[in-house]
Design a binder for this molecule. Structure first.
Ligand code: NAD
Length: 264
C-alpha cells in the first residue's frame, strides 16, 4: 500500500491523542504516501496533536471547534490558502454529556439532545459542505459511526440516535455529491478504548462482551480501522459511496450470546 495515497492531500479531524481512532487512520494514510493536515479542538489539545502530526511529516495543524461555523470557515480558508485542492477528509468527532451516556435514553434532556446532534451529526454535513468546494478532482469523505445506531446498546442512548442520523446523512450527502465524483462513507467501528469511549457507562463490560461474542472473538484496533479507512479513502473504493462499512470483528451479524462465551 506504500503508493496508494501518493499525491493525495487529506484533512484529519478528531485527533486527541495516540489512542484516537483518527490516529490509526492518519498513520495508515501517511504510510500510504498521503500528505496530511490536522485539526484539533481547543488549545489544550494542540500540545498533543502538534508532535503527533510532526511524526507523520505534517506541519499543518489548525484549530477547529465544529460547533462554531466561523471556526470551520477559518479552517477551510487556511487549507484553501495552503493547498487549494483537497482529496479527502476524515471526520472522527463525536460528543455528548457523559452524564447521559448511562441510565435511560428516555431521560435525555433537550439541551444535550441538541448538542449531541449538533457536534456528532450536523458537523459532518458542515465539514463536507466546505470540503466540496476544494474537492475539484473528486474526493472521499469519511465519518465514524457505531452499531448503537442500528440496535439498542447499553448506555449509548442519545449517541445511538445521533449515529442513526449521521448514517442517514452519509446517504444523502453521497447522493448530493456523487455527480462531482465525491464519495461519502462511514465506518462502523467496533468498541475501542479511547477518550470518548471512556465516557460511556460500563464500557469495560461492553468491550468484554464484544470480545467474547464477535465472530473473530476479539475487539478491533485503531490500526485496523485505519487499514479499512484506507480502502474507503483511496481509489480502491472508487465505486463505493453512501456505505456504512462495519469494522467490528463481525459483531453486527451476531444474533445472540455465543455458546462458548464465558460469563463476564
Ligand atoms: P477520541 O476522544 O479520541 O476522539 C473524539 C474527538 O472528537 C476528539 O479529538 C475531540 O477533540 C473531538 N471533538 C469533540 N467535540 C468537538 C468539537 N466541538 N469540535 C471539534 N472536535 C471535537 O475518541 P474516538 O473513539 O477516537 O472517537 C472518534 C469517533 O469514532 C467518534 O465519532 C466516535 O463516536 C466514533 N466511534 C468510536 C468507537 C469507540 O469504541 N471508541 C466506536 C465506534 C465509533
Amino acid at each position: 500500500t506504500s503508493q496508494l495515497m501518493q499525491g493525495k492531500r487529506g484533512l484529519i479531524m478528531g485527533l486527541a491523542n495516540d489512542k484516537s481512532i483518527a490516529w490509526g487512520i492518519a498513520k495508515a494514510c501517511a504510510e500510504a504516501g498521503a500528505e496530511l493536515a490536522f485539526s484539533y479542538q481547543g488549545e489544550a489539545l494542540q500540545k498533543r496533536v502538534g508532535p503527533l502530526a510532526q511524526s507523520l511529516g505534517s506541519d499543518t495543524v489548525l484549530p477547529c471547534d465544529v460547533g462554531d461555523e466561523a471556526s470551520i470557515d477559518a479552517l477551510f480558508a487556511a487549507l484553501e490558502a495552503k493547498w487549494g485542492k483537497l482529496d479527502f477528509v476524515v471526520h472522527a468527532i463525536g460528543f455528548s454529556d457523559k452524564n447521559e451516556l448511562r441510565g435511560r435514553y428516555v431521560d435525555t434532556s433537550r439541551s444535550n439532545f441538541l448538542m449531541s446532534m449538533d457536534i456528532s451529526v450536523y458537523s459532518f454535513t458542515a465539514v463536507v459542505q466546505r470540503a466540496e468546494k476544494m474537492m475539484t478532482d473528486g474526493g472521499s469523505c469519511l465519518t465514524l459511526t457505531y452499531y448503537g445506531a442500528e440496535k439498542v446498546m447499553p448506555h449509548y442512548n442519545v449517541m445511538g440516535v445521533a449515529k442513526a442520523a449521521l448514517e442517514a446523512s452519509v446517504r444523502y450527502l453521497a447522493e448530493d455529491l456523487g455527480k462531482k465524483n465525491i464519495r461519502v462513507n462511514a465506518i462502523s467501528a467496533g468498541t475501542i478504548k479511547t477518550l470518548a469511549a471512556s465516557g460511556i457507562g460500563d464500557f469495560r463490560y461492553i468491550m468484554k462482551w464484544n470480545e467474547y461474542n464477535s465472530p473473530l472473538r476479539r475487539t478491533v484496533t485503531q490500526d485496523e480501522v485505519g487499514k479499512s479507512s484506507l480502502y474507503l479513502l483511496s481509489d480502491l473504493a472508487s465505486a463505493v459511496t453512501g456505505e456504512v462499512l462495519h469494522v467490528d470483528a463481525g459483531y453486527h451479524v451476531v444474533g445472540m450470546k455465543a455458546v462458548d462465551a464465558p460469563d463476564i
